[in-house]
Design a protein. Sequence first.
Length: 392
Amino acid sequence: MIKSYLQTFHGLSKDVWMLSFVLLINRAGNMVLPFLSVYLHDKIGLSLEQVGWIMGAYGLGALVGSYTGGQLTDRFHYYPIMIFSLITSGIGYICLQFASGFYSFAFIIFMTVFFSDLFRPASMTALGSYSKQEDYTRSVSLLRLAINLGYAIGPALGGVIAYRIGYLPLFWIDGLTCLGAAFLVRLYLQQKDIKKKEKKTKAALKAESPYRDKKYLIFIAMVTLMALVFLQVLTTLPIYFKEKFGLNEDMIGLLLAMNAIIIVVLEMPIVHKLEAKSSKIKMVQLGTILFGLAYVILLVDASWVGMAVISMILLSIGEIFAMPFSNAYCMDKTTDENRGKYMALYSMAYSLAFIVSPILGMQIASNFGFSMLWIVSGVITVITVIGLRFVK
């Protein structure tokens, strides 16, 4: 069994492994985001609506950062963009602890995430450069394995630190791990030259723009809706777990860590098995259905803590199907000249969802209750699955 598991990693390049290790270090220090909504609500004393707007500023920064990162990556090179992003976002996370009110928090979180999300399209473009085309889905899964292993460490350790010591050390850890990741990129990750091809005319490049690809735009719209549902796990769900099940920060951290561990153990074998023989769109549909179920089952019983565990398991398995295959579908559509723009648009789908998701989720939870929020999440899931049929 162990030999079979290890075989799923065979053939991936050293640079893919190194990029994955950089992300592992970076994400292991990502302790602020999982507890940001709880911190703002409980410690700073902001209302649910204000928390929603600040998390929306987080999403807006990610949206603008992803778009800018894609443009810069195609114009310059992914390598300097990755280093610049890690350094500036590390400084931003350290500065975030000094914000004291609604407006200062919203501004600093926007700027920090703007710099942070320059990294997304740059790293995805780097992955396309470092991996063979036939290995790309597995390379994405290895990257996600590293990210989720980091998330298994980060929230679990962050929850203990927040509960036992306080929230302020989390900002320092998050910032310093970003700076450490930048150092590792510069020291160990090689800068590959992008193959030079015949220069295309502006008209040809414009014709290859993702904004002219109708099927891709439909897909991006459906990914946005899917992310709108999934991202409740980082915004409203921690508050729900605390209010309805009476869980404290370290227990919430363990639940989030369980999500990451499930992905670390199961994703690579599942992707390795399904990569060559399954429709990517069908896999995204399956993952989306599981996201919806994860929230809808919370309507069954709000007193038994086991429902929180079942919900997190469904979210984890849904993530295994939805995330790597949606990413691989995007990469299949790209060329060397437009890869940054395509991957930026994919990242922007999640960023846009991060703007709408906390604002919508907090407003619904505050005015109509969490049960209504889970019903709305189920409805959006159905719409997404139907919409993905048009892409297929």
